[in-house]
Write a protein that binds this ligand. Structure first.
Ligand code: BDR
Ligand code: CA
Length: 341
């Protein structure tokens, strides 16, 4: 049974990642922790708790760790993910409470209690993970594996011309994490889902319609480019309604940046890589991060040729299969929505 330590900055595509993992019958959420990024850490935690409850996962421990990046002020992105981080969706108040524990302590405690069993998935800036590695340098050996959404390698950034959002929010954390993986065995190296391949995972209105169909909706779920921005879903299925409202915002955002009426659902892809359900290939590389230069802050650099003379510290996803990914998403999340109503 796959057991996860999940760190998120929920986030529209984080929400899809959580819903997808919740939809898989054998997922165990060991703990889900909040890193500030798309919105502040407390909002991330509230969003994530509410979402887990909506997806039938009451009682999962959700905790906050860092409330700021390691060395620079926090930048959030309401223009990308909406004022609360989940687009036009307004999630119900969670019944549970955010844990009083610190995210970093939870990660270390669980990893030590179950050595070699837990898969880490980080779809947020690497702040909490860097702090956990500072406190427990053996964490890479204790975890079964790590999947990270972040970076772009010789591919245009989505925050600056050369930097991806998660890495740009906390470049110092990302630099520390990649440094901590130098000299580790190949199977322990983080699998890195960067923009080069996550931007191929283009969610479109037809996928929202298919999700609702798979959920058994009587009325087609239509999110269309010519509808007024901010139009809300009237679906009587809670999961479909909230995801549809969230994704509409993400479609509108991508259209504003001339990318079409679609959304790159990066974090869902990373979740499928962690779950082993989505097809992908990966290449070993030595990764480093520029943290100081004003021009290149958050830029990720991969040495695929051994030019630095340092062994690989990451496995960068180099190929994926968007059609298979969306078939899988529709079946899994549509099925969950059908079961929960
Ligand atoms: C990443 O940045 C965030 O806005 C998304 O949730 C994703 O994790 C993509 O660059
Ligand atoms: Ca994210």
């Amino acid at each position: 049974m796959p057991a996860y330590l999940l760190d998120v900055d929920t986030g529209i595509d984080d929400a899809l990642a959580v819903a997808y993992l919740a939809a898989l019958p054998d997922t165990e959420f060991v703990s889900v922790t909040a890193t500030p990024g798309n919105v502040d850490a407390d909002q991330v935690a509230r969003n994530t708790l509410a979402l887990l409850e909506l997806c039938g996962r009451r009682g999962v421990e959700v905790a906050v760790g860092a409330r700021q990046p390691l060395s620079i002020p926090l930048l959030t992105t309401p223009e990308t993910h909406g004022p609360q981080g989940i687009g036009h969706a307004v999630l119900p108040e969670p019944e549970g409470r955010v844990s009083p524990r610190h995210a970093v302590d939870l990660w270390i405690e669980h990893a030590k209690a179950r050595p070699g069993e837990l898969t880490a998935l980080i779809t947020a800036p690497l702040t909490n993970f860097a702090l956990a590695l500072r406190k427990e340098p053996d964490l890479p050996e204790l975890l079964a594996g790590v999947v990270v959404m972040g970076g772009c390698f010789y591919y245009q950034g989505n925050t600056t011309p050369t930097a991806e959002w998660n890495t740009h929010v906390d470049p110092h954390a990302a630099k520390e994490v990649y440094a901590a993986y130098r000299g580790r065995a190949m199977e322990k190296l983080p699998v890195v889902c960067s923009l080069d391949t996550t931007e191929r995972i283009e969610m479109r209105p037809e996928h929202v319609r298919q999700l609702a169909e798979a959920a058994g909706a009587a009325v087609p779920e239509l999110v269309l480019p010519d509808q007024p921005e901010g139009q809300r879903s009237t679906s009587d299925n809670g999961i479909i309604r909230h995801l549809s409202d969230a994704l509409r915002f993400y479609f509108e955002f991508h259209r504003r940046y001339d990318q079409g009426y679609l959304a790159h659902v990066h974090d869902f892809f990373a979740a499928g890589v962690a779950a082993g359900t989505l097809e992908y290939t990966a290449r070993p590389a030595t990764v480093d991060v520029e943290a100081e230069s004003p021009l290149f802050a958050g830029t990720t650099v991969a040495d695929f040729r051994g030019l630095w003379g340092i062994g690989p510290n990451a496995r960068i996803v180099s190929g994926n299969n968007p059609e298979q990914a969306f078939r899988e998403l529709v079946t899994a999340v549509g099925g969950l929505a059908a079961r929960l109503g």
